[in-house]
Ligand binder design. Structure first.
Ligand code: PMP
Length: 397
């Protein structure tokens, strides 16, 4: 008998990003697709030093199983930054696992989860896997339409407070949304891996609440390969979350947690490291937006931080992608991020991975692909076609 995957797999949409990363790894392709941090920004020397010190001093414990809740000194450091007690922090295998844990532990199958459409693909996948009912909501310019949240009567709301993936938007109404969560009794999941990548503007103020779980990550500020993230939750929820995590993986990598702790507590390291990442990404964001304005005539502002630019072209970006890859540039078509209303003219461009010269080259190639597609006169609806239009899935998803 042939082994078949179970029903859960059928609920998860294949990740367009994962499929694209395979293409984008070709050395001749400029990748504006994956949200990969700049490898030049990985603090290799600091990680190497920390690893050597940890192994010399305490290899027996650093290479051993450890507690499910996480390495105590790292929990305490995170708690200090979030101004909460360390008992409210759980260390996870990246913030992706934190989201999975929250959804598995706090929501039942069929739970209504509201999120801005377009949404983070990784969250959409976790929610589908958990058989949640997704409700896509508009961003009215404040980050999420609060009236639509209230009308949706959700069990939970998922947001990215700083530099939303894919749109780059900041959740200006963060406090009002927390108040609404308390008033209506829903769980607010704040997925916040990008707050340290801000070089302009102000972060939306956070507020502690027993209706909020906040997820954080070291992927964007140190290195994603360490796979260290965390959640901050009301004290009473940590134990059930830890029980579920124990069933999944016993504990997050002990050595990786110790390395993260050693690196972030190195005197002066984090301040200067974050400053250099911000400068690098700001220069890249400027190069990308300059190219989009000068070469494609698009009206795009330099973002205040994060990794992404979300913009619209007058063509179907899913149809554009194969031509773009043939020209030697990759991006993610907007339709890949649809909760339930694909936006076929949109695309997400990452400025984090490529240097300014390659970003300019990538935009030139993108422009050539747009012209090639226009010549084929593969026209698409000029703007968002409305909720009842037939769904157009990206060719790569
Ligand atoms: N949430 C969002 C909004 C993200 O953009 C990402 C990374 N693409 C993640 C979570 C996952 O991050 P981590 O590496 O911490 O699992």
């Amino acid at each position: 008998m042939v082994v078949q995957p179970g029903a859960a797999v059928g609920r998860v949409r294949s990740s367009a990003i994962r499929d694209l990363l395979a293409v984008a790894e070709r050395p001749d392709v400029v990748s504006l697709a994956g949200g990969l941090p700049a490898p030049e920004s990985f603090p290799v020397a600091a990680i190497a030093d920390a690893t050597a010190r940890i192994l010399a001093a305490d290899a027996g414990r650093a290479l051993q199983y450890s507690t499910t809740e996480g390495y105590e000194p790292l929990r305490a450091w995170i708690a200090g930054r979030h101004r909460v007690h360390p008992d409210r922090v759980l260390i996870t295998q990246g913030s992706q696992q934190a989201l999975d844990l929250v959804v598995r532990t706090l929501l039942d199958p069929g739970a209504r989860v509201a999120l801005v459409d377009p949404g983070y693909l990784g969250a959409i996948q976790v929610l589908h896997l958990a058989a949640a009912e997704l409700v896509g909501l508009p961003d009215d310019g404040t980050g999420i339409d609060l009236g639509a949240v209230a009308r949706a009567r959700p069990d939970a709301v998922y947001v990215v407070p700083n530099f939303h993936n894919p749109t780059g938007a900041t959740l200006r109404c963060r406090r009002e949304l927390i108040a609404l969560a308390e008033q209506e009794g829903f769980l607010l999941i704040e997925d916040d891996p990008y707050p340290d990548l801000r070089w302009a503007g102000t972060a939306p103020p956070a507020r502690d609440s027993d209706h909020v779980v906040t997820l954080g990550s070291f992927s964007k500020v140190l290195a994603p390969g360490l796979r260290v993230g965390y959640l901050v939750a009301p004290a009473a929820l940590i134990r059930p979350l830890a029980i579920v995590k124990q069933a999944l993986d016993l504990n997050t990598g002990t050595l990786a947690q110790r390395i993260v702790h050693a690196v972030v507590t190195e005197p002066w390291f984090l301040t200067s490291h974050l400053a250099s990442i911000r400068t690098r990404y700001r220069q890249r964001a400027e190069a990308l937006t300059r190219g989009l304005r000068d070469t494609l005539g698009l009206d795009v502002a330099v973002p205040d931080g994060g990794m992404f630019v979300w913009t619209h072209l007058g063509v179907d970006t899913s149809a554009l992608l194969p031509l773009a890859v043939a020209e030697g540039v990759a991006f993610v078509p907007g339709a890949a991020f649809a909760v339930d209303r694909p936006d076929p003219g949109a695309l997400r461009l990452s400025f984090a991975t490529a240097d300014p010269e390659h970003l300019a080259l990538g935009v030139e190639r993108l422009a050539r692909a747009v012209h090639a597609l226009s010549r084929r006169s593969a026209k698409m609806p000029a703007a968002y076609p409305g909720p009842n239009a037939p769904a157009r899935r990206p060719t790569v998803a």
